[in-house]
Design a protein around this ligand. Structure first.
Ligand code: J2J
Length: 546
């Protein structure tokens, strides 16, 4: 059998088991245990409905029987492309029940991203809504069924067309006979539990393999670091497919602690505030770009957030001043979260002093997380010096899925993952994120791999060369600026032309540049690479008032 990715060496795995970090339980075993130990407690609230742990377990069994009936089984990969709804959670656990592996797509993803996920994972099934935010997912799914040979099934949340290969989620429940107790798929805790999509730095974003042992620990350790317990009511406002929302502590960490998850269809304060008030939400998670809307709404209707105790903010750098304003203005504890789908999660602790909560991005959630900060030659920097963050630990990957060449570049020979983030460390162990060396734009928490977009820009007939560069932005933290060398014979394309071009090529809308600037040529570094720093500096000089 060809190995899809490197795992932990046996000695490390053994140490993580001995320390109790890896508990040896699959997500399916966790769910069975929760249903047995706390059957009547509220597990999930969504779309105006509520399920206890026992009811959730029953729904999962019904769905799992249907999935088996469709021919899905242990080890199969299934692309999950649902917006926030109860079915996302139920299906996620149903896939765990049969030992299949969910592959998360974000709601904003389009044909390019979905095709990539299906191809790299070799997915056999694809789960979609009918429509969401005016996008027709059925047409996309039909296109995938035709073009992707591994794909044989499309599962639709909503009305499914009566065509070959399509099944409605609703029908799935009656399709097979759910057995009690549910059949054991034979999955072990060291098997793959989920494939997450990386932010990406190269042309094609990589898939991140997470095992039951490591992902469950990720959720447990993060839950402990934010004091989650059975009184916790977590609002999932960001997309459920985001690692932050699913496992930091998110849905999984809240379940581990015995709490209740409330699912919001979107993260706007208009949607979230009434849910927070009605269901007594105690903790939720946001990206910095959403904060101004929440702050404004909180000024108008402060009573809604009375019960909210912890506001996690992560995914992109929270400015120290914003953190301070937030801390003072809202009567709750801000928790900065510096995380990555690859593994390592750092959080400020709830009892940290204000200067750490507002001035750092936290410290690792596990005592077994190892941190190195290195210079460009790979040598450790002096104490409190800045450098690239390398990390290794019980829930940080040792290699991407089916990406041997990329793995050779992204990991040290002794298994540290090179994050591409520039950080410094305080004596307390807290990290301050100071920048990034990876070629990525972090637009309000959404990651854009520059080279992926550049390749699509080059396919435009009027563009001879392109560089996508991150520039500071008031609203998003960073915005994407495309510097374009255009064919002198044709009119330079506008931002709208470029957005349409990228949309036609099947790219998610958030990857379209915020600004397009025609230039005569692209400056090069001595090594012959495009000098993006020079481009950014030139642009700032040319636009700042003299
Ligand atoms: C600066 N940069 C940050 C922060 C992430 C929890 C929270 C976030 C993510 C996530 C996640 C940052 N300040 N507070 O998966 O579970 C940037 C870094 C990092 C990259 C990872 C979670 N928090 N970042 O954002 O896989 O550059 O995960 O390496 O999407 O986001 O992106 P992603």
């Amino acid at each position: 059998m060809i190995r899809t990715h490197p795992g932990w060496p046996e000695a490390a795995a053994e140490a993580y088991r001995r320390a109790g970090h890896w508990a040896g339980l699959t997500f399916d075993t966790y769910l069975r245990n929760w249903a047995r130990d706390r059957p009547g407690r509220a597990a999930l609230i969504a779309d105006g409905r509520r399920w206890t742990y026992e009811e959730l377990d029953t729904e999962v069994s019904d769905l799992a029987a249907g999935l088996r009936e469709l021919g899905l089984s242990r080890g199969d990969r299934i692309v999950l492309h649902l917006p926030n709804c109860a079915e996302f959670v139920m299906l996620w656990f149903a896939l765990q029940r049969i030992g299949a592996v969910p592959v998360h797509a974000m709601p904003a993803h389009r044909s390019e991203e979905v095709r990539h996920l299906i191809r790299v994972s070799g997915a056999v099934a694809y789960v979609v809504p009918v429509r969401h935010q005016r996008f027709d997912y059925l047409t996309l799914a039909a296109e995938m069924l035709v073009s992707e040979p591994t794909l044989t099934r499309v599962i639709v949340h909503g009305e499914a067309p009566a065509e070959q290969g399509f099944t409605a989620l609703r029908e799935l429940k009656g399709l097979g006979d759910a057995d009690t107790p549910p059949r054991d798929s034979g999955t072990t805790a060291s098997d793959l539990a989920v494939l997450l999509l990386s932010g990406g730095t190269t042309g094609t974003p990589k898939l991140i393999p997470r095992t039951h042992d490591d992902y469950a620990y990720n959720a447990r350790a993060t839950a402990a670091a934010c004091g989650a317990d059975e009184d916790t009511v977590y609002l999932a406002a960001l997309p459920l497919g985001f690692n932050f929302t699913l496992a930091c502590p998110g849905v999984l960490g809240t379940f581990m602690a015995g709490g209740t998850v409330v699912v919001a269809p979107d993260p706007s304060p208009q949607t979230a505030f009434p849910l927070i008030e009605r269901h007594g939400v105690t903790i939720t998670a946001l990206t910095p770009a959403l904060l101004p809307h929440w702050q404004e709404e909180n000024r108008n209707a402060p009573q809604a957030l009375r019960g909210l105790r912890v506001l996690q903010v992560g995914g992109a750098r929270l400015a120290d001043e914003t953190a301070r304003a937030l801390h003072r203005e809202m009567k709750l504890t801000v928790q900065q979260v510096f995380g990555m789908a690859e593994g390592l999660i750092c959080v400020t602790r709830l009892d940290d002093p204000e200067e750490l909560i507002c001035g750092t991005q936290g410290r690792p959630v596990s005592p077994a997380d190892e941190i190195r900060i290195v210079d460009t030659r790979g040598n450790d920097v002096s104490e409190s010096g800045e450098g690239e963050l390398l990390t290794r630990g019980p829930y940080t990957l040792r290699g991407y899925y089916r990406a041997p060449e990329h793995n050779a570049r992204s990991f040290t020979s002794d298994g540290f993952y090179a994050t591409g983030d520039i950080v410094r460390r305080l004596p307390s162990g807290h990290l301050v994120v100071a920048g990034r060396i990876k070629d990525q734009i972090n637009r309000g928490g959404e990651k854009i791999a520059a080279t992926e977009v550049e390749e699509h820009l080059l396919a435009h007939p009027a563009i001879n060369a392109a560089a996508l560069v991150a520039m500071p932005d008031e609203r998003w933290g960073e915005r994407a600026v495309a510097f374009l060398v255009c064919d002198p014979a044709s009119a330079p394309p506008s931002r709208r032309d470029i957005a349409a071009h990228l949309r036609n090529r099947g790219l998610a809308a958030y990857k379209a540049p915020d600004q397009v600037l025609p230039v005569a040529s692209l400056p090069l570094t001595p090594l012959g690479k495009v000098d993006k720093q020079a481009l950014a500096e030139q642009h700032i000089r040319s636009t700042s008032p003299r």
